[in-house]
Design a protein around this ligand. Structure first.
Ligand code: BDR
Ligand code: CA
Length: 330
């Protein structure tokens, strides 16, 4: 873990809650090294109304100070498709009841302007952790391209690069956050800010088993119980879809990279996203191991992808942060 005496890292969390999104939000909120300065929402696991409502509900339920700014309700170019209710439930939180009326309100700015505003107020200090579609990031870049050089780092959960056979979860070659808005992802990878893509290559190498979730429920206070409740639906989906006994740890893997990059092995190189055809949503990093004739990757910035993870150490870190964070707030 990074030193806790250093100034906390200012984070904007761009998210589509979402079960694993909710688990990653508390990971950020409870990590002592993080100063969560904003939550921005995007469509994805559910509609923008639902993901925004869920983010507000989580803010209220866990007394999170960060404001919630509503983001994009549709992708840049590709048509809307039905949300994956079979993964996160109709309400995005595994069918666990969410009150209709909340006591907290949305921020007055739309997500992409909130991002621009915060980056301009805190140049070189903000890390964006983006675990939904990249639409808000692309809209922010389109409106104010200069922010790219003022953002400290962008850590995304998204993409799949074929390591350990992990190449897609929506199609054989596409991951959900990227295929949901491939044009936005392509623009995001092309911008001159440092991006780390934490893709299926590592998130599907890490499983929170039912036994792990049970222990988290016992020791993780209100958060642990909540995670248990919302993840029952998600676990059923994964059991049916992949045969695993537990859940993949997608969005929290991006947070883990931020808290302790030594958990991951990375590889650098420019990345393009396929935006049409049967491979739409595929993420491809140009190899540095050989030379090619001119390609569309030329001139793009090197971005990092995660190629391996120390799963046990990551799961221990998550457990420790949640249990200690919950105890401190009990
Ligand atoms: C990603 O898609 C969503 O279902 C999850 O929240 C995660 O961000 C995994 O492909
Ligand atoms: Ca997500």
């Amino acid at each position: 873990m990074t030193s806790q005496s250093a100034a906390p890292i200012k984070v904007i969390y761009d998210t589509d809650p979402g079960i694993d999104d909710a688990m990653a939000l508390l990971f950020l909120e409870y990590a002592p090294q993080i100063d969560l300065v904003g939550i921005t929402t995007v469509l994805g696991n559910a509609s923008i109304d639902t993901t925004t409502h869920n983010a507000l509900y989580l803010k209220q339920l866990f007394d999170i100070a960060a404001p919630v700014a509503r983001g994009a309700g549709k992708p840049l170019v590709v048509p809307m498709v039905e949300e994956p209710h079979f993964v996160h439930g109709r309400n995005g939180l595994g069918e666990v009841p969410v009150p209709e009326t909340l006591s907290v309100q949305e921020h007055e700015l739309p997500a992409h302007r909130f991002i621009i505003d915060m980056v301009r107020k805190h140049p070189h200090e903000i890390v964006i952790v983006a675990v939904g579609r990249m639409t808000n990031l692309a809209l922010a870049l389109r409106e104010d391209p200069g922010i790219a050089e003022l953002v400290k780092e962008v850590v995304i959960m998204g993409g799949a690069f074929g390591f350990y056979g992990h190449s897609g979860n929506v199609t054989p070659v596409a991951e959900a956050n990227i295929i949901g808005d491939p044009h936005a992802a392509d623009e995001m990878f092309a911008a001159p800010w440092p991006v780390v893509a934490v893709g299926l290559d590592v998130t599907q190498e890490c499983v929170m088993t039912t036994a792990y979730m049970q222990e988290l429920r016992e020791k993780g206070g209100k958060a642990g119980q909540f995670f248990w409740d919302i993840s029952r639906f998600y676990e059923d989906f994964y059991r049916r879809a992949t045969g695993i006994d537990g859940i993949f740890v997608h969005d929290s893997s991006a947070v883990a990279y931020l808290l302790d990059p030594s958990l991951f092995t990375t590889r650098a190189g420019p990345i393009k996203v396929v935006t049409e055809g049967i491979a739409i949503g595929q993420t491809i990093q140009k190899s540095a191991l050989r030379s090619f004739p001119p390609t569309p990757w030329d001139g793009l910035p090197d971005q990092k992808i995660c190629t391996a993870v120390d799963g046990p150490r990551f799961l221990d870190l998550y457990f420790q942060v949640i249990v200690e964070g919950a105890a401190a707030r009990a």
